[in-house]
Design a protein around this ligand. Structure first.
Ligand SMILES: Cc1ncc(COP(=O)(O)O)c(C=O)c1O
Length: 393
């Protein structure tokens, strides 16, 4: 008889040859439990998605309350649904005036797709510039602006007129011209192992975009909803984009994304032709309810204020001669090792010892730490001790 692992491997499409295959029973707070009762401390949070931890009662209650009322009632944008408009209002209340209007979608990649379309529509230009080594999603538009040829080559032809600058390289900003519809950039570059902006790079990108009347799109799919200790990453770097893309952590574990801009820009999608961007399930009321609960919690609790202190705790407790560097910011940290073997060994042995870590898309010598924001100091120390124990051995 087929065991679940065989069914999983045979009937569920696989993305990676060696999935960890933990068979999940339940998840709570910072822990995931498998069917044998083994508990794993989760330093990954579904890749920056489970902002308030697993099975947080605040989110579960919001979801249940919405489920009892209605689920999907109509394609996005037709009916007035409280979870959607309340979330849009609360986002607007906590964003600068030019980011007043939210279009809800289902994922990060979709947010990027919508933002790229909006930028083309608004400027009448088609060139989109992104950064070398960036990742913005796996759909074809998002893939077209991904900054890594290895992952793109077999899917060409992709969108024309997608060009690149180099993150943190001011000279490469000369590639941004009046023909550029938009520059898409992550405030902290994810795929290469959480590379932060240096020497006011983001400000310089903003200035160049102002000069060429190019729209600046921030991909905050991973940095949004408190991960850096501020609600959005741009607050930390004092640069306001024209279009903001968010997803992952905004759903508190439920699937939702959004692109946000001014009412004037967004309104372009309503006319000539009408229905400029449409989605059936975008802004699903249950997911909006989960996101609204997450946002309300973040705005009222101390969670975001504690992020910096927790980052320091990680940095202190991960001090080790075999760790070359700790990059990133807030609870978006990258541990860089001497080589790929050591990074792999740490991830695999940690799993055995009950600690979940994960890799990066492009950098093989590093591992990611993106725990739930509600992780406790005790849990941070517990996980760091597991990592250090492996390095000692
Ligand atoms: C920076 C960034 N942009 C876009 C995406 C794509 O998001 P999704 O997987 O929800 O489509 C991701 C996902 O990892 C991401 O990290």
């Amino acid at each position: 008889m087929d065991v679940p692992k065989n069914i999983f491997k045979k009937h569920q499409a696989q993305t990676f040859p060696f999935p960890s295959c933990i068979e999940i029973e339940s998840a709570n707070g910072s822990y995931i439990t498998d069917i044998n009762g083994k508990q794993y401390l989760d330093f990954v949070a579904g890749v920056s998605a489970c902002t308030l931890g697993h099975s947080n009662s605040i989110i579960i209650d919001a979801v249940k309350e919405q489920l009892d009322k209605y689920t999907h009632v109509m394609v996005y944008g037709e009916y007035i649904q409280p979870p959607q408009y309340k979330l849009a209002q609360l986002l607007a209340d906590n964003l600068p005036g030019n980011l007043s209007t939210t279009y809800f979608v289902n994922s990060g990649a979709e947010a990027i797709e919508g933002a790229m379309k909006l930028a083309k529509r608004a400027t009448g230009c088609s060139e989109i510039i992104s950064c070398r080594d960036s990742y913005h999603g796996s759909t074809q538009g998002a893939l077209s602006i991904m900054g890594n040829e290895e992952h793109k080559a077999k899917y060409r032809p992709l969108l024309p007129n997608c060009n690149q600058i180099i993150y943190n390289d001011v000279e490469s900003l000369l590639n941004i011209t009046k023909q550029t519809a938009a520059v898409v950039i992550e405030p902290i570059q994810g795929g290469t192992g959480f590379v932060s902006p240096k020497n006011n790079f983001l400000q310089k990108v903003r200035e160049k975009c102002n000069e060429t009347q190019t729209l600046l799109i921030f991909d905050e799919i991973q940095t949004c909803f408190g991960r850096l200790g501020t609600l959005f990453g741009f607050e930390k770097y004092n640069v306001i984009p024209d279009i903001l893309c968010i997803a992952k952590g905004m759903g508190g574990g439920m699937p939702i994304g959004a692109f946000i801009s001014s009412w004037e820009l967004m309104n372009l999608l309503t006319f000539e032709p009408k229905l400029g961007h449409i989605t059936t399930f975008g802004g699903h009321p249950v997911n909006c309810a989960a996101s609204l609960a997450t946002l309300e919690y973040l705005l009222s609790a101390n969670t975001m204020k504690e992020v910096e202190q927790k980052e320091q705790l990680f940095r202190t407790h991960l001090h080790h001669q075999k760790i070359k560097e700790i990059r990133g910011s807030g609870l978006m940290l990258c541990i860089e090792f001497e080589n790929e073997e050591l990074a792999k060994e740490v991830v695999e042995e940690s799993l055995e010892k009950g600690l979940i870590l994960f890799y990066f898309l492009f950098t093989k010598t590093a591992i990611r730490i993106t725990p739930p924001l509600i992780i406790s100091e005790k849990e941070i120390i517990e996980g760091c001790n597991i990592i250090k124990g492996i390095l000692e051995a």
